[in-house]
Design a protein around this ligand. Structure first.
Ligand SMILES: *Cc1c(COP(=O)(O)O)cnc(C)c1O
Length: 248
């Protein structure tokens, strides 16, 4: 990896294309959400100028600030981190998608604000596929009832599922997490009221996005492979992670 954002982005895009081919798909079947947390707006702008439209932020305040700093650019922001219900108003000021929908109280808060704004919102249901107590997300067996309940929320457009794999160098275990999410998706497309609209699978980060694509990811969330290592440990972004997996 070089310090050149555009070059790193091109490298990641190539690898996405190659992994997509290995899974019998084309590069267009996979959406790259470039994760910009901790990265200054001016470095993010280099990626945007290189044609990157989809950006993701983990925290609401930082996302808002960065969206303001990049106003005027063509960007579609995704919220990918844990979202408190009292931050809903702020997240809807910049995000076009929330990938971390993990409870009905959040759906209720989003719906209320969206009705007020007269808007809809793409959402992904976050699932805890690693069975770690520290991870946010629904347990796999909670998903069918959750999808049924989501029908009552007119402004929310469920588009599929998101997960964080277990933080481990054990690729087989990471792959297992991705397969769990994929099988949840496959079942939901057949059985859930939203049907084929739920085809989205957001899984894979800098260390494992190629594996995720091989397992069917339609969205990957990649930051460090483009921008370089973050100054703060991942435990800062995923509270309690340090206790369970040691972060990285
Ligand atoms: C930070 C983050 C990513 C990207 O991680 P990288 O190691 O920078 O690729 C993906 N998903 C979520 C939810 C994140 O917070």
């Amino acid at each position: 990896m070089s310090g050149d954002v555009a070059a790193n982005l091109a490298t990641v895009r190539n690898k996405i294309g190659e992994a997509a081919e290995r899974s019998g798909r084309t590069a267009e079947a996979v959406r790259l959400v470039l994760v910009t947390k901790t990265v200054a707006a001016e470095r993010v702008r280099q990626a945007v100028r290189a044609g990157q439209i989809d950006l993701g932020e983990n925290k609401v305040q930082e996302g808002r600030r960065k969206a303001d700093g990049l106003a005027g650019e063509t960007i579609r922001w995704s919220m990918i981190g844990h979202l408190q219900s009292n931050k809903v108003k702020d997240v809807l000021r910049f995000a076009a998608e929330v990938q971390s929908l993990d409870r009905l109280s959040l759906a209720t808060a989003l719906e209320k604000r969206l009705q007020h704004l007269g808007q809809g919102l793409d959402v992904l249901v976050q699932v805890n596929t690693s069975n770690e107590a520290s991870k946010y997300g629904l347990a796999p067996d909670e998903v069918p009832a959750f999808l049924k309940a989501l029908q009552a929320f007119d402004a929310l457009r469920p588009r599929g599922f998101m997960t964080l794999a277990r933080f481990t160098p054990d690729v087989a275990e990471v792959r297992r997490c991705f397969r769990v999410l994929r099988s949840i998706r496959d079942k939901a497309v057949l059985d859930a009221p939203q049907g084929a609209a739920l085809a989205g699978l957001s899984m894979g980060m800098s260390g494992d996005y190629e594996v995720a694509i091989e397992e069917g990811a339609t969205i990957v969330r990649v930051g460090q492979a483009v921008f370089g290592p973050r100054p703060l440990p991942d435990s800062y972004y995923w509270p309690d992670l340090a206790m369970t997996a040691g972060g990285s």
